[in-house]
Design a protein around this ligand. Sequence first.
Ligand code: PLP
Length: 392
Amino acid sequence: MLNQAGNAQPTIFAEMSALAMRTDSANLGQGFPDEDGPEWIRELAVDAIRAGVNQYAPGRGTAELRHAIAAHQAKHYGITLDPDREVLVTTGATEAIAAALIALTGPGDEVVTLEPFYDSHAASIAMAGATHVTVPLLARDGRFQLDLQALESAISDRTKAILVNTPHNPTGTVLTEAELDAIAAAAQRADAIVITDEVYEHLVFDEARHQPLASRPGMAERTLTISSSGKTFSITGWKIGWLTGPAELVDAVLAVKQFLTFTSGAPFQGAIAQALIDGDTDIRELRETLARRREVLIAGLSSAGFETFRPDGTYFVCADATPFLSSELPDGAAFARWLPENIGVACVPLSAFCAEGSPAAAEFANWVRFTFVKRDDTLHTAIERLQKLRAN
Ligand SMILES: *Cc1c(COP(=O)(O)O)cnc(C)c1O
């Protein structure tokens, strides 16, 4: 059971990016695109600023964007939403997650997440004053899988919410229907709210399909679905996200959002509305580019001597660094700190996504995460440099 209060130390991501900068490394650590999203979407925001859309938007978000979000959920997942009562525009998925946890959980409540987990999830649970309980993923048969037994034992009558991230950062796992159904059953048994982080919903490859938990039978009434435009359209700096679900839960989150940010970036909202309506080709192109880069990175890591799991979604490949560890480099964290200086590549250790001293931190101690959401030349430079590991 974890309950770390937030602190202002630089995150491992900031530390690794600073190290990458200082050593002129190819930065495959922090997961943000180094190419901007579609020009036509960016032009719409420029037009909006020129046309005077520069003051506060409505607290729930503009009607245009709320309608586009509802239409997006209907088109892709068959989920029907009332744009006026069941949709809330937020300042990125990050605010939606924080506001939902602060609104709906507190001291004495337990919030269950997978482990490894995205760093803001743990921080937001701590800010809400709730207790963080984790379900470690299992690295088995080339895939990071949900441990059904661990899920079973994590759920109790104190479970207030289950926070589910799929497609999953950092592992790239896309939860299967069977895994989603196990989570749905657990939530129903505990009468818990489900909060989902689906920011990589469109970045899935091959045969993998993303399915929102809200679309599973009986789940719409207890699920808040969260996503964002940042990853889908390679505009992570705009911070336009959203949350959808039952009106009374959305109202509770709005009451918190009101005093966190009040409203979210007005000139971006119309551009994102159009992107959701007309951006399917752009999404497909991004998915194809990423699928190709995923193969390039996996091949490069394998030829350098890493064991990797092929991710079904997201921006990330996880690699087992065990072949390169030694008494001087005892684990993935030491390896990740050593790599920029000595090889000229940056990555992030999976332990950064685990609670200190947890079973998952031990299970994934030797693993590191590389991102492939970088230009081809950055990827090729990184791969070429990583081949030097073989000779070491
Ligand atoms: C990037 C990321 C976010 C942040 O989304 P924003 O819309 O930028 O706030 C949230 N969750 C996960 C898993 C992410 O990787």
